[in-house]
Ligand binder design. Structure first.
Ligand code: FPP
Length: 251
């Protein structure tokens, strides 16, 4: 594993990694266990990935922890996921501080149980001056919903003469998204073999490299992350330009 890590070019790591943590339920069921067992073990993978990101100097990590659609799951599963969130925040605060990690959230936080809202705002406040890694949890998040909100907010500003229609550009939209303080996503990982985006960061992944692995989330370890990043580093990101133009820039 240490060898794997040294193969990573530190000056070419993605600035912002986003992960769709999928396969907790199937992982548990394959072991004859209830789905919740998968979520509990998924927390270990969250810890591993955060640690791994710290070790190689990733600046932004965004995790799809709960989508707007996840509210439709059985009540008991939703309840357990929420209490897992609260207990993990309580347990991990010390280590977030020690590792200089800043917690951030995106999504409709008002939908969350009060206890979760309270715990989140406490940890966000306590870690707000940390500078190494910004960890963003997407909670009750849906990308279309986010875009609808942007359009509503911009429309209000136009109606109130605070903004002209001609002034609306990509920057203005960026600044009204939940992710206004984050850079574009460079690298999107989805575990468990599904090859979908599932309403996650649709605007923000415009130029992201996509990576799909069959590994279920609870099995995902640092070595999986490092392997994914090595593949990222072997890809050529052209942003609409030609290979020749990119080679010139890199010369
Ligand atoms: C997807 O697997 C996973 C989720 C919906 C929740 C992810 C939550 C965690 C890893 C734990 C809590 C998170 C934090 C940040 C403390 P799935 O249930 O959709 O799996 P399946 O597709 O196999 O059914």
């Amino acid at each position: 594993m240490e060898i794997l890590k040294t193969e990573i070019a530190k000056n070419k790591v993605p600035n912002h990694i986003a992960i769709i943590m999928d396969g907790n339920g199937r992982w548990a069921q394959s072991k004859g266990q209830p789905r919740i067992f998968g979520h509990k073990n998924g927390v270990n993978s969250v810890r591993e990935v955060i640690e791994g990101c710290g070790e190689i100097g990733i600046n932004y990590l965004t995790l799809y922890a709960f989508s707007t659609e996840n509210w439709k799951r059985p009540k008991i599963e939703v309840k357990t996921l929420m209490s897992l969130l609260v207990s993990s925040l309580k347990k991990e605060l010390k280590s977030l501080q020690k590792n200089n990690i800043k917690l951030n959230t995106i999504g409709n936080l008002n939908d969350l149980p009060e206890k979760a809202q309270k715990e989140l705002s406490e940890v966000i406040k306590k870690t707000e001056n940390n500078t190494a890694l910004t960890l963003t949890l997407a909670l009750s998040y849906g990308s279309r919903d986010e875009i609808v909100n942007v359009i509503k907010n911009l429309s209000k500003k136009v109606v109130n003469n605070e903004l002209g229609v001609e002034e609306i550009n990509e920057n203005v939209i960026n600044n009204h998204l939940y992710t206004f303080s984050l850079p574009d996503v460079d690298f999107l990982i989805r575990t468990s073999g599904e090859k979908r985006i599932s309403n996650f960061l649709l605007w923000q992944i415009a130029y992201a490299e996509l990576y799909f692995t069959d590994t279920f989330w609870p099995d995902f370890r640092k070595e999986h992350l490092f392997n994914a990043i090595l593949e990222y580093q072997n890809r050529e990101r052209r942003f609409g330009k030609t290979s020749e133009q990119i080679e010139k820039i890199n010369e």
